[in-house]
Write a protein that binds this ligand. Structure first.
Ligand SMILES: Nc1ncnc2c1ncn2[C@@H]1O[C@H](COP(=O)(O)OP(=O)(O)OP(=O)(O)O)[C@@H](O)[C@H]1O
Length: 223
Protein backbone atom coordinates (compact mmCIF):
# COMPACT_ATOMS: atom_id res chain seq x y z
CA UNK A 1 0.00 0.00 0.00
CA UNK A 2 1.21 3.47 -0.86
CA UNK A 3 -0.47 6.61 0.43
CA UNK A 4 0.72 10.10 -0.51
CA UNK A 5 -0.59 13.51 0.56
CA UNK A 6 0.67 16.91 -0.60
CA UNK A 7 4.05 15.61 -1.72
CA UNK A 8 6.53 18.19 -2.99
CA UNK A 9 10.15 17.65 -3.92
CA UNK A 10 12.45 20.52 -4.78
CA UNK A 11 16.08 20.43 -5.81
CA UNK A 12 18.46 23.31 -5.18
CA UNK A 13 19.34 25.19 -8.37
CA UNK A 14 21.88 27.91 -7.70
CA UNK A 15 20.21 30.68 -5.68
CA UNK A 16 16.72 29.19 -6.23
CA UNK A 17 15.05 25.79 -6.25
CA UNK A 18 13.40 23.73 -8.93
CA UNK A 19 10.16 21.96 -8.08
CA UNK A 20 10.68 18.53 -9.62
CA UNK A 21 7.50 16.99 -8.26
CA UNK A 22 4.17 18.08 -6.84
CA UNK A 23 1.59 15.38 -6.12
CA UNK A 24 -1.46 16.35 -4.01
CA UNK A 25 -2.84 12.82 -3.61
CA UNK A 26 -2.03 9.28 -4.62
CA UNK A 27 -3.08 5.93 -3.20
CA UNK A 28 -2.07 2.51 -4.47
CA UNK A 29 -3.59 -0.53 -2.73
CA UNK A 30 -1.35 -3.49 -1.88
CA UNK A 31 -0.67 -5.58 -4.98
CA UNK A 32 -1.87 -2.95 -7.45
CA UNK A 33 0.09 -2.32 -10.66
CA UNK A 34 0.69 1.20 -11.98
CA UNK A 35 2.33 2.91 -14.92
CA UNK A 36 3.67 6.41 -14.18
CA UNK A 37 3.65 8.55 -17.32
CA UNK A 38 4.55 12.13 -18.20
CA UNK A 39 7.00 13.97 -20.44
CA UNK A 40 10.72 14.02 -19.77
CA UNK A 41 11.39 16.12 -16.65
CA UNK A 42 7.88 15.70 -15.20
CA UNK A 43 9.24 14.05 -12.03
CA UNK A 44 8.75 10.32 -12.66
CA UNK A 45 12.19 9.30 -11.37
CA UNK A 46 11.92 11.79 -8.51
CA UNK A 47 8.62 10.20 -7.44
CA UNK A 48 10.04 6.66 -7.49
CA UNK A 49 13.09 7.79 -5.51
CA UNK A 50 10.86 9.48 -2.89
CA UNK A 51 8.74 6.32 -2.60
CA UNK A 52 11.90 4.21 -2.17
CA UNK A 53 13.15 6.55 0.57
CA UNK A 54 16.19 7.42 -1.56
CA UNK A 55 15.13 11.09 -1.60
CA UNK A 56 13.69 12.85 1.43
CA UNK A 57 10.64 14.81 0.22
CA UNK A 58 10.74 18.57 0.82
CA UNK A 59 7.12 18.47 2.09
CA UNK A 60 4.27 16.05 2.45
CA UNK A 61 3.22 12.73 3.88
CA UNK A 62 4.37 9.48 2.30
CA UNK A 63 3.37 6.13 3.74
CA UNK A 64 4.32 2.69 2.37
CA UNK A 65 2.72 -0.23 4.19
CA UNK A 66 3.46 0.31 7.91
CA UNK A 67 6.23 2.86 7.41
CA UNK A 68 5.78 6.63 7.38
CA UNK A 69 8.74 7.52 5.17
CA UNK A 70 8.77 11.25 5.85
CA UNK A 71 9.32 10.60 9.56
CA UNK A 72 11.64 7.57 9.34
CA UNK A 73 15.33 7.73 10.22
CA UNK A 74 17.90 6.91 7.54
CA UNK A 75 18.70 3.65 9.40
CA UNK A 76 15.00 2.63 9.36
CA UNK A 77 14.85 3.48 5.66
CA UNK A 78 17.98 1.42 4.89
CA UNK A 79 16.61 -1.64 6.71
CA UNK A 80 13.17 -1.30 5.11
CA UNK A 81 14.65 -0.84 1.62
CA UNK A 82 16.93 -3.84 2.09
CA UNK A 83 13.98 -6.02 3.11
CA UNK A 84 11.03 -4.78 1.13
CA UNK A 85 11.98 -2.71 -1.93
CA UNK A 86 13.07 -3.96 -5.33
CA UNK A 87 14.30 -0.92 -7.29
CA UNK A 88 15.24 -1.03 -10.95
CA UNK A 89 17.29 2.08 -11.69
CA UNK A 90 16.99 3.91 -15.01
CA UNK A 91 20.76 3.66 -15.45
CA UNK A 92 20.94 0.16 -13.87
CA UNK A 93 23.50 1.02 -11.09
CA UNK A 94 25.27 -2.34 -11.51
CA UNK A 95 28.56 -2.87 -9.69
CA UNK A 96 31.20 -3.15 -12.43
CA UNK A 97 33.67 -5.15 -10.31
CA UNK A 98 31.13 -7.93 -9.73
CA UNK A 99 29.92 -10.57 -12.21
CA UNK A 100 26.30 -10.52 -13.36
CA UNK A 101 25.67 -13.43 -10.98
CA UNK A 102 27.10 -11.60 -7.96
CA UNK A 103 25.24 -8.41 -8.89
CA UNK A 104 21.99 -10.37 -8.87
CA UNK A 105 22.81 -12.16 -5.59
CA UNK A 106 23.64 -8.81 -3.98
CA UNK A 107 19.96 -7.90 -4.35
CA UNK A 108 19.00 -10.52 -1.75
CA UNK A 109 21.96 -10.00 0.56
CA UNK A 110 20.51 -7.15 2.62
CA UNK A 111 17.12 -8.83 2.95
CA UNK A 112 18.85 -11.15 5.40
CA UNK A 113 16.20 -13.88 5.19
CA UNK A 114 17.52 -16.26 2.52
CA UNK A 115 20.12 -18.99 2.72
CA UNK A 116 22.87 -18.89 0.09
CA UNK A 117 21.34 -22.02 -1.48
CA UNK A 118 17.92 -20.32 -1.80
CA UNK A 119 19.48 -17.22 -3.34
CA UNK A 120 21.44 -19.27 -5.90
CA UNK A 121 18.33 -21.29 -6.80
CA UNK A 122 16.26 -18.13 -7.31
CA UNK A 123 19.08 -16.53 -9.32
CA UNK A 124 19.25 -19.62 -11.57
CA UNK A 125 15.48 -19.53 -12.16
CA UNK A 126 15.40 -15.80 -12.90
CA UNK A 127 18.37 -15.81 -15.27
CA UNK A 128 16.93 -18.78 -17.16
CA UNK A 129 13.50 -17.10 -17.51
CA UNK A 130 15.15 -13.89 -18.68
CA UNK A 131 17.50 -15.54 -21.18
CA UNK A 132 20.68 -14.39 -19.45
CA UNK A 133 21.79 -17.65 -17.77
CA UNK A 134 24.76 -17.97 -20.15
CA UNK A 135 25.98 -14.47 -19.17
CA UNK A 136 26.17 -15.06 -15.42
CA UNK A 137 29.97 -15.03 -15.26
CA UNK A 138 30.41 -11.81 -17.25
CA UNK A 139 31.03 -8.36 -15.79
CA UNK A 140 28.52 -5.57 -16.61
CA UNK A 141 31.00 -3.85 -18.98
CA UNK A 142 31.05 -7.05 -21.09
CA UNK A 143 27.26 -6.96 -21.52
CA UNK A 144 25.00 -5.05 -23.91
CA UNK A 145 22.66 -2.40 -22.47
CA UNK A 146 19.69 -4.75 -22.83
CA UNK A 147 21.57 -7.56 -21.05
CA UNK A 148 22.61 -5.17 -18.25
CA UNK A 149 19.00 -4.11 -17.87
CA UNK A 150 17.87 -7.71 -17.44
CA UNK A 151 20.58 -8.25 -14.80
CA UNK A 152 19.32 -5.14 -12.96
CA UNK A 153 15.76 -6.48 -13.10
CA UNK A 154 16.81 -9.91 -11.78
CA UNK A 155 18.68 -8.15 -8.93
CA UNK A 156 15.48 -6.35 -7.94
CA UNK A 157 13.30 -9.48 -8.11
CA UNK A 158 15.57 -11.97 -6.34
CA UNK A 159 14.53 -10.92 -2.83
CA UNK A 160 10.79 -11.12 -3.64
CA UNK A 161 10.11 -7.54 -2.52
CA UNK A 162 6.73 -6.22 -1.33
CA UNK A 163 7.28 -3.07 -3.37
CA UNK A 164 8.66 -3.12 -6.91
CA UNK A 165 9.76 0.19 -8.41
CA UNK A 166 10.97 0.11 -12.00
CA UNK A 167 12.29 3.24 -13.69
CA UNK A 168 11.92 2.75 -17.47
CA UNK A 169 12.62 -1.00 -17.20
CA UNK A 170 12.14 -1.63 -20.92
CA UNK A 171 14.03 1.39 -22.28
CA UNK A 172 17.01 -0.64 -23.58
CA UNK A 173 15.13 -3.75 -24.67
CA UNK A 174 13.84 -4.99 -28.01
CA UNK A 175 10.12 -5.73 -28.39
CA UNK A 176 10.31 -9.40 -27.40
CA UNK A 177 12.46 -8.79 -24.32
CA UNK A 178 10.40 -5.77 -23.37
CA UNK A 179 7.25 -7.92 -23.31
CA UNK A 180 9.05 -10.64 -21.38
CA UNK A 181 10.10 -8.13 -18.72
CA UNK A 182 6.61 -6.60 -18.40
CA UNK A 183 5.09 -10.08 -18.08
CA UNK A 184 7.68 -11.07 -15.47
CA UNK A 185 7.16 -7.90 -13.38
CA UNK A 186 3.39 -8.37 -13.48
CA UNK A 187 3.64 -12.08 -12.59
CA UNK A 188 5.91 -11.28 -9.65
CA UNK A 189 3.60 -8.55 -8.45
CA UNK A 190 0.58 -10.88 -8.70
CA UNK A 191 2.17 -13.90 -7.06
CA UNK A 192 3.74 -11.89 -4.19
CA UNK A 193 0.94 -9.33 -3.85
CA UNK A 194 3.71 -6.77 -4.36
CA UNK A 195 2.73 -3.24 -5.35
CA UNK A 196 4.30 -2.45 -8.74
CA UNK A 197 5.06 1.01 -10.09
CA UNK A 198 6.82 1.39 -13.39
CA UNK A 199 7.63 4.52 -15.37
CA UNK A 200 7.48 4.46 -19.13
CA UNK A 201 7.21 6.60 -22.26
CA UNK A 202 6.30 3.67 -24.48
CA UNK A 203 2.67 3.35 -25.64
CA UNK A 204 3.01 -0.44 -25.94
CA UNK A 205 3.95 -0.59 -22.25
CA UNK A 206 1.53 2.10 -20.98
CA UNK A 207 -1.53 0.41 -22.49
CA UNK A 208 -0.83 -2.79 -20.57
CA UNK A 209 -1.59 -1.01 -17.28
CA UNK A 210 -5.12 -0.01 -16.44
CA UNK A 211 -3.90 2.03 -13.43
CA UNK A 212 -2.02 5.09 -14.63
CA UNK A 213 -0.66 8.18 -12.91
CA UNK A 214 0.17 11.04 -15.26
CA UNK A 215 2.60 13.66 -13.95
CA UNK A 216 2.59 17.20 -15.33
CA UNK A 217 5.88 18.96 -15.94
CA UNK A 218 6.44 21.69 -13.36
CA UNK A 219 9.89 23.19 -13.89
CA UNK A 220 8.82 26.12 -11.71
CA UNK A 221 11.63 28.07 -10.15
CA UNK A 222 10.82 29.34 -6.67
CA UNK A 223 13.03 31.73 -4.80
N1 LIG B 1 19.71 16.09 -8.73
C1 LIG B 1 18.99 17.07 -9.32
N2 LIG B 1 19.30 18.36 -9.13
C2 LIG B 1 18.57 19.35 -9.69
N3 LIG B 1 17.48 19.12 -10.47
C3 LIG B 1 17.14 17.86 -10.71
C4 LIG B 1 17.87 16.76 -10.15
N4 LIG B 1 17.28 15.60 -10.55
C5 LIG B 1 16.24 15.96 -11.33
N5 LIG B 1 16.16 17.30 -11.42
C6 LIG B 1 15.13 18.06 -12.15
O1 LIG B 1 13.87 17.66 -11.66
C7 LIG B 1 12.92 17.52 -12.72
C8 LIG B 1 12.33 16.13 -12.73
O2 LIG B 1 13.35 15.18 -13.04
P1 LIG B 1 13.05 13.62 -13.15
O3 LIG B 1 14.35 12.94 -13.48
O4 LIG B 1 12.32 13.18 -11.96
O5 LIG B 1 12.07 13.58 -14.42
P2 LIG B 1 11.58 12.33 -15.30
O6 LIG B 1 10.13 12.55 -15.57
O7 LIG B 1 11.97 11.06 -14.65
O8 LIG B 1 12.42 12.53 -16.63
P3 LIG B 1 12.91 11.44 -17.76
O9 LIG B 1 11.65 10.92 -18.39
O10 LIG B 1 13.72 12.28 -18.70
O11 LIG B 1 13.72 10.40 -17.03
C9 LIG B 1 13.66 17.89 -14.00
O12 LIG B 1 13.37 19.24 -14.29
C10 LIG B 1 15.12 17.72 -13.64
O13 LIG B 1 15.93 18.60 -14.38
Amino acid sequence: MIHIENLIHQFPDGETTVTALELPNFSAPTGSQWCITGVSGSGKSTLLQCIAGLLQPTKGRLQVNELLLNEATSKELDVWRGNDVGYIFQDFNLLNFLTAEDNILSGAFFANRFTHKEMVQEMNELTTKMGIAHLRHKKPTQLSKGEQQRVAIARALIKKPRLLLADEPTASLDEANSQLVIDLLKQYSESLQATLLITSHEETVIRQFSNRLHLMKRGTHDS
